[in-house]
Design a protein around this ligand. Structure first.
Ligand code: BES
Ligand code: MN
Ligand code: ZN
Length: 493
């Protein structure tokens, strides 16, 4: 059952719904606007409640009224917009939070008044879909949702715009595309493994008119992605390199490559991880899931740039055939790498996939990966860390993340730490000491990108959430996709 979104220009308080959300500016009273309508219908209790709660429309204030049949909506939730200007990411978050609250309180029809913000309708549609997201595939009988949200009506404030309908549809489809990333992350590792991940991408691409090529173990061996194959050695599930392409009609303005770490499960290999929490490592393909979602969204937005999506899908297992500390492998780039810790597998897979992507001669290559615990130690688990090959590029990522409302922090590629990657036996080793672990992982990746303008985003923290917050549900979030879409927009101009 999918959520039905529609658009209306009626007064929100005149439309029947289980729950209606109206947003009022700071300084609102019962003299005008929706509070006046409520006061007229429900009587002096409205003014009394506003006084009791000191509700004036300050940002993050909210007050709920039950209408007892005196108005079309059964319940009205009034949200404060505050005095500052609202942004699209405020609107997206508000819409997501209300849709999630609706899902959790048996509300099946919701009316959402969209605050007057440029791009507000699209953001509201994205937010509603993101907030209503659930992963209920493996629940039976009474564990299933009781009264899922079915119908959402968006009512834009201010004058109706002829773009509103298209904006709403695009917003809904972007929200649904991000749902693809979340589904893939939440899918258990016995169901989602390199082969099934590749099959999923092939079907998704076919449905959406994108090209998709999959390199299996034989093809990877032939091409020489030796580091990726080394990580895969211990698993009974063979690796796949998934290569998706979006081509615009007309001459592309730019060529962009997005790379995702696709570890469908990371046990740590021979350097095995402790058992508590190991199940979370089903989400170690979060970067790859984002790339699949991004490609799905591009098929809808159709930007004038060529975009390649690459996923290194591998499972890291301990086994008689597993790679070991002390092993030395060549790589697609040609450099030899000494293995130190088999749990630092992501950077090995990425090294080969980045070298593969670099051969496409893109104007920009962006990788994203649940790469290091160290990045979470540095920034907490709600923020990703990004590295860029130039300061200008870092600025454009900063702008994209801000516009998308995603929490990302610029991290430095400290050359002083490069020494830690020197090996006594090969060109490089893949880990240095404990200190600056997110930075040394990025420095290792840099060895494989050549002169290509490059961004690396370590999404280890926010790719999965331990509780719902903002636009994110518990579990897979798709954090990163909205920023990448903004970045692509910037390269489309
Ligand atoms: N997939 C993990 C990183 C990770 C940890 C992601 C927790 C999300 C949550 C990665 O493969 C890993 O194990 N990294 C090691 C590297 C170390 C051995 C140098 C780490 O961070 O401990
Ligand atoms: Mn690992
Ligand atoms: Zn990993």
């Amino acid at each position: 059952m999918s959520l039905k979104l529609s658009l209306s220009t009626s007064d929100p308080l005149s439309v029947a719904a289980d729950l209606t959300i109206v947003v009022v500016p700071e300084g609102s009273t019962t003299k005008s606007g929706p509070l006046a309508t409520l006061s007229k219908a429900l009587g002096p209790v409205v003014a009394k409640m506003l006084k009791r709660d000191e509700f004036t429309g300050k940002k993050d204030q909210s007050i709920e009224f039950t209408t007892n049949g005196l108005l079309k909506p059964a319940r009205v939730l009034v949200l404060g917009a505050g005095s500052g200007t609202l942004t699209t990411s405020h609107v997206r978050t508000l819409a997501a939070k209300t849709a999630r609250a609706a899902q959790n309180s048996k509300v099946t029809s919701l009316v959402f008044q969209v605050p007057e913000v440029d791009g507000g309708v699209r953001a509201a549609a994205e937010g509603v879909v993101l907030g209503a997201y659930r992963f209920g595939k493996y629940f039976t009988a009474d564990r299933g949702p009781k009264a899922p949200l079915e119908k959402v009506t968006l009512i834009p404030s201010g004058r109706a715009n002829k773009h509103d309908r298209v904006d709403m549809e695009v917003g809904q489809k972007i929200g649904e595309a991000i749902g693809i990333a979340r589904d893939l992350i939440n899918e258990p590792p016995n169901e989602l493994y390199p082969e099934s991940f590749a099959k999923f991408c092939q079907e998704m691409c076919k449905e959406r008119g994108l090209k998709c090529t999959v390199l299996d173990k034989a093809a990877l061996t032939k091409r020489g992605l030796k580091l990726m194959l080394a990580v895969a050695q211990g698993s009974a599930r063979d690796p796949r390199l998934i290569h998706m392409v979006y081509t615009p009609t007309g001459k592309p303005k730019k060529k962009l490559v997005f790379v995702g770490k696709g570890l469908t499960f990371d046990t740590g290999g021979i350097c095995i991880k402790p058992a508590p929490g190991m199940e979370d490592m089903k989400g170690d393909m979060g970067g790859g899931a984002n790339v699949a979602a991004l490609m799905a969204a591009l098929a809808v937005i159709k930007p004038p740039v060529e975009v390649h999506g690459l996923i290194g899908a591998v499972e890291n297992m301990p086994d008689g055939n597993a790679y070991r500390p002390g092993d030395i492998f060549g790589s697609l780039d040609g450099k030899f790498v000494e293995i130190i810790n088999t749990d630092a597998e992501g950077r090995l897979v990425l090294a080969d996939v980045l070298a593969y992507g670099r051969e496409l001669k893109p104007d920009l290559m962006v990788d994203n990966a649940t790469l290091t615990g160290a990045c979470m130690v540095a920034l907490g688990n709600l923020t990703s860390g990004y590295y860029a090959s130039s300061d200008e590029l870092a600025e454009s990522v900063k702008r994209a993340a801000a516009a998308a409302g995603e929490s990302m922090w610029h991290m430095p590629l400290l050359d002083e730490l490069r020494e830690g990657l020197k090996s006594d036996w090969a060109d490089l080793k893949h880990t240095a000491d404990r200190w600056g672990g997110s930075i040394t992982a990025a420095l290792f990746l840099r060895e494989f990108v050549g002169q290509t303008p490059w961004v690396h985003v370590d999404i280890a923290g926010p790719s999965s959430a331990h509780r719902a917050y903002g636009i994110h549900p518990k579990g897979g979030t798709g954090h990163g996709v909205l920023t990448f879409l903004k970045l692509i927009e910037a390269y489309s101009g």
